[in-house]
Design a protein around this ligand. Structure first.
Ligand code: Z5A
Length: 217
């Protein structure tokens, strides 16, 4: 029987370096001879990416209801699990995902103020017990992360998405919610100090992977 693969997520506020390091983590695992599926949320499937576009679009003048936002996150996740994540884990591949349900607790919970008990109902309904084996939380002060993001937006002439238009207190609440979740589940989370150079951050990631992966094989 094929051994189930492992599910690794990268989390953190805007601009902390998730997209940059998702590839790095995938490459570290591939170098160990593992089959790796790299993906992201919201998105990861054709329908999920369509829901992502709806969620991030800054253009509509009408505000998106917070419960509708929450349900769209889980609708995209249900599709992602069924179409991509679960089949990959079942055939023994490892999945590296840029954001997952901890982001919902941080953004819709911490940021928007939805009670975590309500989010947990959807988590149980959609995930039926599945949770990441390891969550790499890239953490740094919100102001410094914002500066990184500003540099990237201006270098690439990108527009701010709907979340990136939020104010500092929103992102502070997101960071606090992430850190609270990490404190509640230290066996699943590794908190990476993301304010250092890319070399330093990747050395921390490599060390964390070496320690955790060794215990699983
Ligand atoms: N969201 C939600 O509300 N609920 C949910 O359940 C889920 C998501 C799943 C889209 O996600 C939005 O969806 C997100 C939360 C919400 N909104 N926000 N904010 P996303 O992952 O696409 O959005 P993001 O956080 O805005 O991603 P990002 O802008 O791509 O940031 P990042 O991936 O963390 O950072 P990066 O692009 O890798 O790095 C930013 C810049 O810094 C870039 O120029 C890098 O080259 C540079 N960088 C990276 N690391 C370093 C170091 N160590 N030193 C110096 N410079 C660095």
């Amino acid at each position: 029987m094929t051994k189930r693969g492992r599910f690794i997520t990268l989390e953190g506020g805007e601009g902390v370096g998730k997209s940059t390091n998702v590839s790095f983590v995938a490459e570290c695992l591939q170098a160990e001879g593992l089959e790796v599926v790299r993906t992201r949320e919201p998105g990861g499937t054709e329908r999920g990416e369509a829901i992502r576009a709806l969620l991030l679009d800054p253009a509509p003048q009408e505000s998106l209801n917070v419960d509708a936002e929450l349900l769209l996150m889980f609708a995209a996740r249900a599709q992602h699990l069924a179409e991509k994540i679960l089949p990959a884990l079942e055939r023994g591949a490892w999945v590296v995902c840029d954001r997952f349900t901890d982001a919902t607790f941080a953004y819709q919970g911490g940021g928007r103020g939805i009670a975590k008990e309500r989010i947990a109902i959807l988590e149980n309904f959609v995930q039926q017990g599945l949770s990441p084996d390891l969550t790499l939380l890239l953490d740094m002060p919100q102001e410094a992360a914002k500066q990184r993001l500003e540099s990237r937006l201006s270098a690439r002439h990108e527009q701010r998405d709907r979340f990136e238009q939020e104010q500092a207190d929103f992102f502070q609440a997101v960071r606090d919610a992430y850190l609270a979740r990490a404190a509640d589940a230290p066996e699943r989370f590794a908190v990476i100090d993301a304010q250092h150079s890319l070399d330093n951050v990747q050395a921390q990631l490599r060390q964390t992977l070496a320690t955790r992966v060794a215990t699983w094989r």
